[in-house]
Design a protein around this ligand. Structure first.
Ligand code: ADP
Ligand code: MG
Length: 304
């Protein structure tokens, strides 16, 4: 289990993280969300021992994670970290990068393991390609495979699919997260994409203004977002009579006291998102068809 106890940290006097505490069990998938600059990457770097905490402790089982002041070599065998800026060896091939930390004294085993990892990140066709000739998304996949090579107990992923195109993203997410679950590898994923969280994370932690403002399962936070910040992570939302409603929780109806004027419509695949003006504020309603601009609509609110 990873234990984070009362961690406080700042690069200078200003504290980026204040009194942060949480645990992650073996095999658990925890996502860390928060606006850009909220300290997600900083938190992962602290967990990896890249910096010294100002206060508090970080432990994996009985090992205290120490920063560079107390630990000459950054990193531990049981923990791997894939940074937002992944650093690979550009002049060697994908398979050489992936197998870099595997023992060369067992070449057959090394080859087998390397192939297995390359398959997980769907890079079979590029195994012999030099990394410098890959796209950003392909490099990110190499970095993921390399981090998995020596089967860590915990994996820290910083926006792991940010460079990967939508064609590949879904299958890659499933491959990686299912693989981690099957091997009981814990992971902490810093992300601003709900698709990284919904369906994969056991717990979700929200960072805001240096603190953890919420921590629960994605389902609980989705169903009952206590704050606009949390709702906005999941989709368009409205505040009506001081309550938060997602766009799909407003319904266009024949009879209602709630009236609005259509301002814009956006096709979103399954439905249309209607932007309308209500009491001089913009509201968003999911609807099955587009509506004429400037037409009057009536709507009702309903929580499922
Ligand atoms: P996030 O990953 O959530 O976008 P970061 O952890 O990267 O946020 O950054 C949190 C805050 O710390 C930001 O205000 C950022 O400017 C600052 N910061 C990040 N890295 C450094 C650094 N190496 N030195 C000084 N300040 C930094
Ligand atoms: Mg970041």
């Amino acid at each position: 289990m990873l234990q984070v106890k009362h961690v406080t940290f700042g690069y200078s006097k200003t504290k980026i993280l204040k009194n942060i505490s949480f645990n992650v069990s073996a095999g658990e998938n925890l996502s860390v969300i928060g606006k850009s600059g909220s300290g997600k990457s900083t938190l992962l770097k602290l967990l990896y021992g890249e910096y010294d905490v100002d206060e508090g402790h970080i432990l994996w089982e009985d090992t205290e994670i120490l920063g560079p002041k107390h630990n000459l070599v950054i990193g531990y065998d049981f923990m791997k970290y894939v940074a937002q800026e992944f650093d690979l060896m550009p002049f060697i091939t994908v398979e050489e990068n992936v197998g870099k930390y595997l023992s060369r004294f067992q070449p057959e085993k090394k080859e087998q393991r390397t192939n297995e990892l390359i398959k997980i990140v769907e890079l079979e066709a590029f195994a012999k390609t030099k990394v410098k000739n890959l796209s950003g998304g392909q490099k990110q996949r190499v970095a993921l495979a390399r981090a998995l090579a020596k089967a860590p107990k915990i994996l820290l992923l910083d926006e792991p699919f940010s460079h990967i195109d939508n064609f590949k993203k879904q299958s890659l997410r499933r491959n990686i997260f299912n693989y981690l679950k099957s091997k009981n590898i814990a992971c902490i994923v810093a992300t601003h994409e709900k698709q990284d969280v919904l369906g994969f994370s056991d717990q979700m932690l929200v960072l805001h203004q240096s603190k953890i403002i919420a921590r629960d399962t994605p389902a609980v936070l989705y169903e009952n977002p206590k704050l606009p910040l949390i709702a906005s992570f999941f989709g368009e939302y409205n505040i009506i009579a001081s309550k938060i409603y997602y766009a799909h929780e407003l319904k266009i109806v024949q009879e209602s006291k709630l009236k609005a004027i259509v301002k814009c419509t956006y096709f979103n695949g399954k439905n249309w998102l209607i932007e309308a003006s209500f009491n001089s504020q913009s509201i968003f309603i999911e609807h099955v068809e587009a509506l004429a601009i400037d037409s009057e609509i009536r709507f009702a609110v309903s929580k499922r």
